[in-house]
Write a protein that binds this ligand. Structure first.
Ligand code: SAH
Length: 248
């Protein structure tokens, strides 16, 4: 079981698989006023940067679940490197339907809400692992600028305009689900550059090392087109944020 191999190639050098920077991830950890020993569940934990750095900086404990074997290995190595391997564990698995045995203080899904069919389903899924009064974290894109057409939205790699909401509507949607938005940290275009542009050098190096791989053609095509596509679409139109929610 794994995610499509193309992502394990293009994001193999990423510590954070989203437009949030290490600084903003630290800001978010501080903003949540995490207490030592707080339990955090992270569905789609990627290479584990959030859990590992929060374990180091705030003494949290946590479990991450991710379907990429590569990212999960990287997360375990990061935990060793930061000296927090006794506080956090990473499970290689499909997170769909995952509910923790013991209730957690923070239940997160940062940039992987397809795991439960979208934002609403993911909030519902995370709520099943959450202690009363706990915090849900959702990381999700929103439209900074509404695309004029579905074609422009597809240029942002969305299925269409309807895939995402503008920020006020995104925030209102959490209210409709019965949640207060109690914090948020938004990415900016520099953060988007770190996430997207970092893939280009990774792709180039991978191509140089793997010219005969069956995915070489696809990676070559992406490297050729991605910088312009990204600059013309995603960078301009798409915002991204992590939203902290508490049940009303
Ligand atoms: N939250 C991490 C990773 C976000 S990228 C970060 O911010 O760095 C999305 C992640 O979801 C990837 O690591 C991918 O491997 C994982 N993923 C995709 N489908 C999944 C599934 N069904 N179950 C668990 N993880 C999944």
């Amino acid at each position: 079981m794994d995610i499509p191999r193309i992502f394990n190639i293009t994001e193999s050098a990423h510590r954070i698989h989203n437009p949030i920077t290490p600084e903003k991830l630290a800001t978010l950890g501080a903003a949540l006023r995490l207490k030592p020993g707080a339990r955090v569940l992270d569905l789609g934990s990627g290479s584990g940067e959030m859990l590992c750095t929060w374990a180091r900086d705030h003494g949290i404990t946590g479990t991450g679940i991710d379907m990429s074997a590569l990212f999960t290995r990287q997360a375990r190595r990061r935990a060793e490197d930061l000296g927090v391997a006794h506080q956090v564990s990473f499970i290689h698995d499909d997170a769909a339907g995952h509910v923790s045995d013991r209730k957690v203080d923070v239940a997160a899904c940062v940039g992987a809400t397809w795991i439960a069919g979208g934002v609403d389903g993911t909030v519902e899924l995370l709520a099943r692992s959450l202690r009363p009064g706990g915090i849900i974290l959702i990381g999700e894109p929103y439209w900074r600028r509404l695309p004029p057409t579905d074609e422009v939205a597809r240029g942002c790699l969305a299925g269409g305009i309807a895939d995402f909401l503008p920020l006020p509507e995104r925030l209102a949607s959490f209210g409709h689900l019965g949640y207060d938005v109690v914090e948020m940290v938004l990415a900016d275009q520099d953060g988007w550059d770190r996430y997207e542009a970092a893939k280009w050098l990774t792709m180039r190096r991978w191509l140089d090392a793997n010219p005969d791989d069956e995915l070489a053609g696809e990676v070559r095509a992406r490297l050729t087109t991605e910088p312009v596509r990204y600059a013309a679409h995603t960078r301009d139109y798409l915002g991204w944020g992590v939203f902290a929610l508490m049940k009303r």
